[in-house]
Write a new protein. Structure first.
Length: 351
């Protein structure tokens, strides 16, 4: 898989392979111009809602959270509200996520904000990407996601170094978030209205685990076909069970793909040709039915990939900033569906 020199983020076309290239292979990431344009428009709407003169009552901007949703927050306390939100939600426990998962979550969080429906400032997202590109990796405990409301706790830990708090690793050393920024030549940001909320609302750690697990699962699917071809060779099996005419009669995509792959691997085999006319009637199930088994796994991975591909380019925030309507609307986009739970579990297993 080729390494992208710089993955451009606009919230719309990030691929699972892009995530892998950033998280595992060290590719850089940056905001695309069209993403910046949408972010500016969304930010202007948030600033209007946050101004004292607007008179608007907007969740998480000039109100409290949870049971305090009806509590009005004056503009002069807006920064403190967002900072306290990060601190209060950074309550994860357990072993930290591996670096590759943290890197994947960072690029996914930046991509979600680049979509232009959260109202985060460009400077805040660019700092997140500078941390990613310069090797400032937040320390994020692996236990604490509330699942049904998104990765609130992990994302809070991810965001704390941006404000000079929390912990991070830099050059292999575990240090404070403030020291990590300083060593990388970066300055902490002061969060403005809604930015703390935008940084923690989402499913980016679930998406990170899913995307990375899916890449590995795809490799396992190909490895299974290779193992099958080797077994056919070693056991002097027949390649006839893999011809396309058979699998066209049960046109399942994964089954046909697996059979075609095994047949390609056996192409030109002197071993297979040598016993073509032997008196064996048919091979064992484990050989002649391998495409049916491997194919079912491939079909499931196709479904997982479709779901993950949508998730990594989704807006996952509440409230959402709908520029065309000129409104900030409360909604349930940070909440994941039951099918996303299934796909994440599958990705974890595959990994």
């Amino acid at each position: 898989m080729a390494v992208a020199t710089s993955v451009q983020l606009n919230g719309d076309d990030l691929t699972i392979r892009d995530v892998w290239s950033v998280a595992v292979e060290g590719a850089m990431a940056a905001l695309a111009d069209d993403g910046k344009t949408r972010m500016k428009a969304a930010r202007a709407l948030v600033d209007r809602a946050a101004s004292e003169s607007s008179g608007e009552h907007t969740y998480g901007i000039n109100t409290g959270f949870g049971r305090f949703v009806s509590k009005a927050i004056p503009p002069e306390l807006s920064e403190e509200l967002q900072l306290r939100l990060l601190r209060s939600h950074a309550c994860g426990v357990g072993e930290p996520y591996p670096d590759e998962v943290v890197r994947a979550a960072m690029v996914l969080r930046a991509n979600a904000l680049a979509k232009g429906y959260s109202g985060a400032r460009i400077a805040t997202v660019e700092l997140l990407l500078e941390c990613l590109n310069r090797g400032v990796l937040p320390v994020v405990p692996s236990r604490g996601s509330v699942g049904a409301s998104g990765d609130l706790a992990p994302l809070a830990h991810l965001a704390l170094p941006l404000v000079g708090e929390g912990s991070a690793s830099y050059d292999g050393e575990l240090i404070s978030g403030a020291d990590a920024l300083a060593r990388a030549g970066l300055e902490p940001v002061r969060l403005q209205a809604k930015e703390g909320l935008s940084l923690v609302n989402g499913t980016q750690f679930m998406g990170a685990v899913g995307a990375l697990g899916l890449v590995r699962a795809r490799r396992l699917a190909k490895t299974a076909d290779i193992a099958c071809a080797l077994c056919v060779e070693a056991l002097q099996g027949s390649s006839v069970s893999f011809i396309p005419e058979i699998h066209a009669l049960r046109p399942l995509r994964g089954q046909a793909a697996s059979a075609a792959n095994v047949l390609r691997l056996l192409e030109g085999s002197a071993i297979n040709a040598a016993h073509r006319w032997c008196d064996k009637v048919q091979d064992a199930y484990s050989l002649r039915c391998a495409p049916q088994v491997h194919g079912a796994s491939r079909d499931l991975l196709d479904y997982v990939e479709q779901t993950v591909a949508v998730e990594i380019n989704a807006a996952t925030d509440n409230p959402l900033v709908l520029v065309d309507r000129g409104e900030l609307v409360s909604n349930g986009t940070p909440v994941l569906s039951s099918c996303w739970v299934v796909t994440t579990a599958q990705a974890r297993t595959a990994g």
